[in-house]
Design a protein around this ligand. Structure first.
Ligand SMILES: [Fe+2]
Length: 279
């Protein structure tokens, strides 16, 4: 059967993608950020997953305000990088895993999670930046990817608990797929950041640290955190972190923390990253 062996959470800051694409990773401002992901690249090269389920949010690239799916699962064979205003990122087209994706779609819907099925979608920095951070600059991505886009852009986003429960349902779906596949699930976005309004630039290191701790040891309790708490403590875009709970829900109750990295600043966002493995 297919198996989820580990989870990765990481910020997906667009400026990180631009730093890679414009060859600025060695500049003093960016160097510490990329150094923080070196152990992660090594780790994932050793784990060698067949498939990554990549939980992220679209930033008005594939979906506009005309259509706002809460959970959208990518079932296509490929997902080209989106043009976000500066041309598409010069990264490989993401190869999907339609067989597993359709199986997950069926399992989730019969499990009463009514997700949207997407058969054509471009993917923006929310998905491609985590790919670059974990796999580096490559001619082809070394894994198949199943994108899961979550609405955290337009109110109302899903609750942390709904995300956590969805993670559990994704695990059930993956484990009922007969083919032998090693799967790693990514939760992306965050950490604390606010892009507009009087509090633009807000970073809350204490909240972020507590969030990471609880993600490891008290995910159930963390999943009950209300939206307003994310907004107040982690800024208006901090609510992206509910997506990390999908990743966490797909893992065992007790996990090993393989690696943690936190860095401020990166653009106007706190970069947070954690790797969790089933024991
Ligand atoms: Fe984002």
């Amino acid at each position: 059967m297919a198996n989820i062996v580990a989870g990765v959470a990481t910020s997906h800051v667009p400026a990180v993608g631009a730093a890679i694409d414009n060859k600025r990773t060695e500049e003093p401002y960016w160097q510490p950020v990329f150094k923080g992901y070196e152990p992660s690249k090594k780790w994932i090269a050793e784990v060698k997953p067949d498939v990554v389920i990549l939980v992220y949010n679209d930033h008005a690239s594939a979906f506009s305000l005309e259509l706002i799916p809460t959970f959208a699962l990518g079932c296509a064979a490929e997902f080209p990088p989106a043009d976000e205003g500066w041309g598409p990122r010069p990264v490989p087209t993401v190869q999907g895993q339609p067989e597993l994706a359709w199986h997950i779609a069926q399992s989730l819907i019969l499990d009463e999670f009514d997700i949207t099925i997407v058969n054509k979608m471009e993917v923006d920095h929310g998905l491609t930046v985590p790919m670059s951070l974990m796999f580096g600059e490559v001619a082809e991505w070394p894994v198949k990817v199943i994108p899961l886009a979550v609405n955290v852009v337009q109110y109302p986003p899903p609750t942390g608990n709904r995300c956590f429960q969805l993670g559990k349902a994704i695990r059930r779906a993956v484990e009922s797929f007969p083919q032998e596949l090693k799967v790693v699930i990514f939760g992306t976005g965050g950490m604390s950041h606010q892009l507009q309004g009087p509090r633009a630039g807000l970073i809350n290191k204490e909240f972020d640290a507590r969030f990471l701790d609880r993600l490891v040891s008290d995910p159930q309790g963390l999943s009950k955190l209300p939206h307003v708490e994310y907004l107040r403590e982690a800024g208006s875009e901090g609510v992206e972190m509910v997506m990390w709970l999908i990743m966490r829900g797909a893992l065992d109750e007790r996990v090993d923390e393989v690696y943690r990295f936190y860095h401020v600043p990166a653009s106007n966002t706190a970069v947070g990253h954690i790797i969790l493995q089933n024991t």
